[in-house]
Design a protein around this ligand. Structure first.
Ligand code: NAD
Length: 472
C-alpha cells in the first residue's frame, strides 16, 4: 500500500510546478525567462522582436559576445549535443554529428563580415552599411537540426537580428535544447533573453504562422522542395536553401586513388545526409573498372546487380501516382545496414556501399540520402557531363569533378551552372573542410544567395555627405 507523506506531496508539487510553464505574455509584454522556447508563434515573435529592438541599440561588441556564446556552446559541448541529436533523429553518424557542430561553431562567418563600404571623392563621402531587418523566421531540416539552427543564429545575430525557428518535428528536441543553452549564455553575457526563439512543438501550421506573421521580416528555409515552394508563396522575401542531387564526373585523366578516396569521404559523411554529398557518379569507360576496384581499397564494398536490386526494393517505395520515393526508414542508415538489405554481411566499419547501375536507376534519379552510391559507365566525358546536368535536375546546387584536364573542368563548371562546384576533392571542401572558405549549412540555391553569411540577413543602407568629410 502507498503511504502519502508530507515529503512525498511536497516533492510531487515541486515536480509538477517545475514542469508548468510561466505565462509567456504578461500585460501584453513578453515575459522573460523562457530561454527562447514557445508554444505559440505570435508569442515567440513578440519576444524575439522585443529582444531585437534592444539588441539593435547595443553595438557590435555586444553582438560579437552573443555570437561567441553560440560558437562556444557548439564547440565545447559538441560531443553531448551531437549524441543527443543522433539519439533523437536516429539518422547519420555520431562522429559527423559532432564534427558538424564544431565546424558550425568555428567556421560560420560572424560580425567581422559587416565591413562598411566607402566612396570618397571631390563631392564628399558616401557610406554603405549593413543594417538588420528585425526578426528572421527560419525552418530547419532533420538532417542537421542543431548545426543549421546554430549556423543561422550566428549569421542572423551577427547582422543584428533576432530569430524564430520552426524546427523539423523529428529534430525539435535537440533544437530546443540548443536554443535554451544559447539563450541562457547570451542572457548571462549581455542581459538579453529570447534573441533566439523556437516553437517547441512545431507543425506545418506553426511554419505557416511564421510565414504569415507581419513582424517576421525575412525567411530562411532549409529543406526539400515542399518547404521551398511554401516559403516562396509567402508575400515576404524568402532565402531558400533547397534540395540537391550532386553528381560526380570522373574522366580518364583523374587521379583515381584520390577520386575514390574523396567519393567515399563525401558520400559516407553522416551517411550521405549532406545536401552537397556525392549522390551519383558518371565515370568514363576507360577508367571505370579501375575506379570501381580502387573504391574497395577505401572501406567501400561493391554490390553486384542482384544485391543492388534487393537493396533498391527496400530503399524505394511507391508514392502518389505510383512514383518511386525514397523509403524514409533507410535514410541516413549505416552502410552495413544497407548491405544487410542487399543480403550481404559487411564489416561494421564499412564506410559506403556502391555498385554499377543504369543511368535510369532510381538511385541515380533520386536524392537518396543514404550511403549507397550508384556508378554509371559512360563512353566519354561529354556524356558524363550531359548526364550530370540531367540528374542534377536543375537544382543548381552542387557538382563535383575528378579530372586533370583544365578545359574539361572549365566546361563542366559552365554547363552545370551550380552554386558549389568542387574539383578533385570531397564535397565538404566547398564548405571549408579540406578546401578554403567558410561554412553555412544553409546554401541558398533557387533564390541565389549562395552559402549564407551575415550579409544575407542585412539591409544595405547608404548615407551621403555632400561637399565635406573627405579630409585628404
Ligand atoms: P524536409 O523538406 O522534409 O523538411 C525541412 C523542413 O521543412 C522541416 O522543418 C519541415 O518540417 C519543413 N516543411 C516541410 N514541408 C513544409 C511545408 N509544406 N510548409 C512548411 N514547412 C515544411 O527536409 P529534411 O528531410 O528535413 O532535410 C533534407 C532536405 O533538405 C534535402 O532535400 C536536402 O537536400 C535539403 N537541404 C538543403 C540544404 C541547403 O543548404 N541547400 C541544407 C540541408 C538540407
Amino acid at each position: 500500500m502507498l503511504t502519502v507523506s508530507d515529503d512525498l506531496i511536497r516533492s510531487v508539487v515541486k515536480d509538477v510546478l517545475s514542469h508548468m510553464k510561466r505565462p509567456p505574455v504578461a500585460n501584453g509584454k513578453p515575459a522573460s525567462g523562457h530561454s527562447g522556447v514557445f508554444d505559440d508563434v505570435n508569442e515567440a515573435v513578440a519576444a524575439a522582436s522585443a529582444a531585437q529592438k534592444k539588441f539593435e541599440t547595443m553595438g557590435l561588441a555586444e553582438r560579437r559576445k552573443a555570437v561567441d556564446c553560440v560558437r562556444k556552446i557548439c564547440i565545447d559541448r559538441a560531443e553531448e549535443l551531437g549524441r543527443d541529436e543522433l539519439e533523437e533523429t536516429k539518422i547519420g553518424r555520431l562522429a559527423h554529428k559532432i564534427d558538424k557542430l564544431i565546424v558550425a561553431g568555428g567556421k560560420t562567418p560572424g560580425v567581422e563580415w559587416l565591413e562598411t563600404r566607402a566612396f570618397s571623392g571631390e563631392n564628399g563621402v558616401t557610406l554603405e552599411e549593413f543594417a538588420p531587418f528585425g526578426v528572421v523566421g527560419i525552418i530547419t531540416p532533420v538532417t542537421h537540426s542543431l548545426p543549421t539552427l546554430a549556423g543561422n543564429a550566428i549569421n542572423i545575430l551577427a547582422a543584428g537580428n533576432a530569430l524564430v525557428c520552426n524546427p523539423h518535428p523529428s529534430g525539435a528536441r535537440i533544437a530546443t535544447k540548443g536554443t535554451q543553452l544559447f539563450n541562457q549564455a547570451i542572457s548571462k553575457a549581455i542581459g538579453l533573453d529570447n534573441l533566439i526563439t523556437i516553437i517547441g512543438k512545431p507543425t506545418l501550421e506553426s511554419a505557416q504562422a511564421i510565414f504569415d506573421n507581419r513582424d517576421v521580416r525575412l525567411l530562411c528555409v532549409t529543406g526539400g522542395p515542399a518547404v521551398g515552394r511554401a516559403a516562396l508563396r509567402s508575400p515576404k522575401r524568402a532565402i531558400v536553401a533547397g534540395p540537391g542531387n550532386p553528381p560526380v564526373v570522373v574522366d580518364e585523366t583523374a587521379d583515381l586513388d584520390n577520386a575514390a578516396r574523396c567519393i567515399v569521404q563525401g558520400g559516407a559523411y553522416d551517411n550521405n545526409l549532406l545536401c552537397i554529398g556525392e549522390k551519383e557518379v558518371f565515370a568514363v569507360a576507360a577508367i571505370f573498372d579501375e575506379l570501381m576496384e580502387t573504391m574497395t581499397r577505401h572501406k567501400a564494398v561493391r554490390l553486384d546487380a542482384g544485391q543492388i536490386a534487393k537493396l533498391s526494393s527496400a530503399a524505394f517505395v511507391k508514392g502518389e501516382g505510383g512514383k518511386l520515393m525514397v523509403n524514409k526508414d533507410l535514410i541516413g542508415q549505416d552502410a552495413a545496414v544497407l548491405a544487410k538489405h542487399a543480403g550481404l554481411n559487411v564489416p561494421g566499419d564499412t564506410e559506403l556501399v556502391f555498385g554499377e547501375t543504369e543511368e535510369s536507376h532510381p538511385f541515380v534519379d533520386q536524392e537518396q540520402m543514404m550511403p549507397f552510391v550508384p556508378f554509371v559507365r559512360v563512353p566519354n566525358v561529354d556524356t558524363a557531363i550531359a548526364l550530370a546536368k540531367k540528374y542534377e535536375h536543375g537544382f543548381k546546387h552542387t557538382a563535383i569533378i575528378h579530372s586533370r584536364n583544365v578545359e574539361t573542368i572549365t566546361r563542366m563548371g559552365r554547363e552545370m551552372d551550380v552554386t558549389l562546384f568542387v574539383q578533385n576533392g570531397p564535397c565538404m571542401a566547398a564548405l571549408g573542410s579540406g578546401g578554403e572558405g567558410y561554412l553555412s549549412f544553409s546554401i541558398a540555391t533557387p533564390t541565389g544567395e549562395g552559402v549564407t553569411t551575415p550579409l544575407t540577413f542585412t539591409r544595405v543602407r547608404r548615407t551621403t555627405t555632400v561637399g565635406a568629410l573627405r579630409v585628404v
